[in-house]
Design a protein around this ligand. Sequence first.
Ligand code: KG4
Ligand code: ZN
Length: 351
Amino acid sequence: MIDQAVVKNETMNREVKILGIESSCDETAAAVVVNGRKVLSNVIFSQVPLHTLYGGVVPEIASRKHIEKINQVIRKAMSDAGCGWEDIDAIAVTYGPGLVGPLLVGVGAAKAIAYAKHIPLVGVHHIEGHISANFIEHPELVPPFMCLVASGGHSHIVLVEDYGKYRIIGQTHDDAAGEAFDKVARAIGLGYPGGPKVDKLAREGDPHAIEFPRAVIEGSPYDFSFSGLKSAVLNYLNGCEMKHISYNKADVAASFQQAVIDVLSERAVKAAKDHGVKTLALAGGVAANTGLREAMKERAAAEGITFVCPSFIFCTDNGAMIGAAGYIDYMRGIRDDLTLNAVPGLPIGAR
Ligand code: KG4
Ligand code: ZN
């Protein structure tokens, strides 16, 4: 729901402080953000060690942990920011996409505070949050810009046409990039979460040691497919085992990672160039990949395109990115009521 009268009033406001809450997967997080760019606090409780035991996120365990942690995390975000409830203009919360149980914990907490303290409530799209993380450390960043979003559940190339206005230019046809990282990591015995571990090991390997496929999708120059690459890695490992040949894990990690980097960076830069956009941003957990950041920067520079990406802490799930996106939605006049529900399959740019 968009209320234009509210938008007008709020634009004359001096400082808008948003409490951002995130619980869509395995991080319980909250942050206070001023005017969508200045982070006053950013508290993240990561459940990664808990899920490492099972080799991946167990939704029921994640939900229970979120319930245990959410109030502590919110309280700490408020005290770190030196804020009382009277200072908060709106509560922004991820309501999708993500795991339904974990999402419901954040949405429930946000609704309870909004109701009890009479504070406006704004439901935020998780991926729009990842994209908005770029605004935090880049005051010069303004739309339009192209953004490559690569996380555990998503791989998209999104044209940010204006604040809150998103157009999907390309996407994966099967696995998300982060999912491929996690599956390959498991296959070579690195455990969960795979991305950071592959990233680290890849630095010791030769990225050209093994020629893994780079899928091209006919008629969709900005789309991706990672399931063939994942199968190629698994086949390579099986082949080595059957022939009793030992393989070099670091070379497998480096060669796999290079294949992902080549495809993501090539298509993202092409999308920016073809659409006449002068700035390219990177977002999502995979944006923490050191090789991908380097490759994007180099390819973008070669085309005269400015490249920006968030610091590592704002790449993986956090509350500040939800506060940043929440500010944009809030300024557009978006307000939710207590019927706000978790939407696990929420599409980008739903409103
Ligand atoms: O955005 P995020 O924290 O959660 C989702 O919204 O999915 O992304 C998590 C994903 C995981 O698949 C993780 O393996 C990947 O991001 N990731 C990385 C790196 N750090 C996290 N992938 C590659 N290299 C990294 N350094
Ligand atoms: Zn995420």
